[in-house]
Write a protein that binds this ligand. Structure first.
Ligand SMILES: *[C@@H]1O[C@H](CO)[C@@H](O)[C@H](O)[C@H]1NC(C)=O
Length: 161
């Protein structure tokens, strides 16, 4: 009888080891996959700061700082940024004395962007083809700037709204 107990005890022993090892690997997998997500998803803040860096004059955007999130629920902390549920839903950068050639490509990761207004600044450049990649976009206001060239026929191809 005591022998049987000892055998059963010995046979049972490896089980916790195996589950400990598998939970370790599971944890490792979880951690490494979350690292991958962190590395590849660019935050709204980083996207907007990259956009700001493309301007040669942007003093009106002085409160765009990495230390403060652009959006907290519906509240916006950054000048001209419109927020919805903690995400950027629009940029209303009107009458701000902004200068330079805007890097629209930097805005592609703002997937919830619905409205863009750059009215009455001193922005230059031609129609950015990337507009058609901003899938949620509904309105774009560009008047009273120094933009040049033509708006291509397929400028709005690919926009659903
Ligand atoms: C355009 O913006 C400037 C500031 O950069 C402002 O003084 C001016 O009143 C604006 N013009 C219009 C028509 O809103």
């Amino acid at each position: 009888m005591p022998t049987g107990v000892r055998v059963a005890g010995l046979m049972r022993a490896p089980a916790p080891l195996i589950s400990a090892a598998s939970s370790f690997f599971f944890l490792f997998f979880l951690l490494s996959s979350s690292c991958i997500i962190v590395v590849f998803s660019v935050s709204d803040a980083e996207t907007l700061l990259q956009f700001k860096r493309s301007l040669t004059s942007a003093t009106a955007l002085n409160n765009w700082k990495p230390s403060v999130p652009p959006c907290e629920h519906h509240k916006s902390n950054w000048a001209g940024v419109l927020c919805l549920n903690g995400h950027v839903r629009g940029l209303r950068l009107e009458n701000m004395g902004l200068k330079g050639e805007v890097d629209m490509n930097s805005l592609v990761s703002l997937t919830r962007l619905r409205t863009l207004s750059f009215m009455n600044n001193t922005l230059v450049g031609s129609w950015p083809p990337v507009i058609s990649k901003l899938g949620s976009l509904r309105s774009v206001y560009l008047s009273y700037n120094h933009f040049s060239g033509e708006i291509p026929d397929d400028a709005f191809t690919g926009l659903w709204s």
